[in-house]
Design a protein around this ligand. Sequence first.
Ligand SMILES: [Fe+2]
Length: 512
Amino acid sequence: MNGKKFLVIDDDPLTRHLLSDILCSIGEYQTDVATNGTFGIQEVKANNYEIVFTDLTMPELNGLEVLKEVQKINPRLPVVVVTGMSTIDVAIKVMKEGANDFITKPFKIKTITSTVERILGEKLLLDRIGFNGNYQESIERLNAELFKKLQKINLLQAINAELDSMVDNNKIYQAIVAMASKLLIVQEASFGIIEDGYLRIKKAIGAPEKDIAITTPIFETILKTRSHYLANPGEINPHTGRALSYSFISIPFLIKDVVFGLLNLANKVDGSSFTDDDISLALTLVNKTAMRIENNVLYEIIYNNLVNSLKALVISIEARDPYTRFHSERVTTYALQIADVLNLADEDKDAIKFGGYLHDIGKIGIKDGILLKPGPLNEEELADVRLHPIIGDNILKPLKFFPKERQIIRYHHESYDGSGYPEGLAGEQIPMVARVLALADAYDAMTSSRPYRDAMSHEQSVEEIKRCTFSQFDGKIVEAFLQTPTGRGELLKVLPSSALGLRDERVIEYVH
Ligand SMILES: [Fe+2]
């Protein structure tokens, strides 16, 4: 028995005994009961309670009056008001008068447990920081503690926001080292991933950026227990094997319960050892980061699977129509050359890389009879073919991954003057990446032969493009195209390196 004692004041015997029984059942606690407020106050005067639970509506002293009396006797004794749902408004009023909490009938054991734990925890905290009657001093100390906690919470929030925006694992490694050294105020911080028996250091501040063999017993222990290792001055530094003159901690990163990497922190600037607070902060940081890395890995896996499936789909479309084989690849190459000259953002280039490849994916929905027709199409057939940007966009829409790629697919047949399809967008309304692809697509169509016509020469195609500047194409993009290797007339030759293996990139080279 740890001697913690509660008082339950309630005029209703059923509620009184039920609450008392619950309190005794959730821990090693004792309870006294009082049948009305007056008796309750007598008990408070005579005993040392941790918490007083009082009913709100009682015939003699009501809950509010009990609260006021208790505050006079012992202002630090927490009072919890017990109330029916219908009197919650009153209960809130009582809280404003200084009650610590209120619980509503019928009771939930979980609510009572968490209320008790919270109040006892707070008492412990106040006792620890010396809330010993000197209020001014105690309040200042409490304020300082709260301020420190607030700073850490703000910092953790900033960390969350920063990590959430990161998809590049290398940037995450750098960020965690910088954050950890700032949070725990240490002179040495490093992060490494475990690979082939070594801890490969990815980022270090104030510590050598040198790989470490993980053969020492300390590393073996961390790998086995999957929990952090704390060494105090005089103990061995697992990195150097020498006795430490300062505090050192190594925290494992777990992904699917396997140790993936280690965050090492050492040498606090103020020379002190790591506290429990420091350790819990570092663990929070590491767990959050591990989750982010795991998400990134999962994202990569899903993304790559998707990309490969979609590529397979494009290959199957192109396989149906021998005249368009490698069309998507050539178009992508031309579009990327234009993007280079225009100095587009990496994000746009990435969209072109994949969106260019997929731009005609909607043709999967066009019948062979139309797609492979060896002659010009009639109006109706043309209308069908013109659905392919929308069909393609619809294929990608549920995948959520590819917003810019979808713009390419949907708008690559729009014209600068608004005469294109499917929406008849004009000028800057057409997304830049789609305008770039439109030109690349048109150039490849002109320079490729079709069953019903021969390919145009490079010179003829360029003339045609120039003629259509500002009607079909954006002038800026035509200008950029003319500066690319393709625009300058260097021929592109596409060589399949193997039988269209999905992961086997086909070789594209220039023939001068
Ligand atoms: Fe198309």
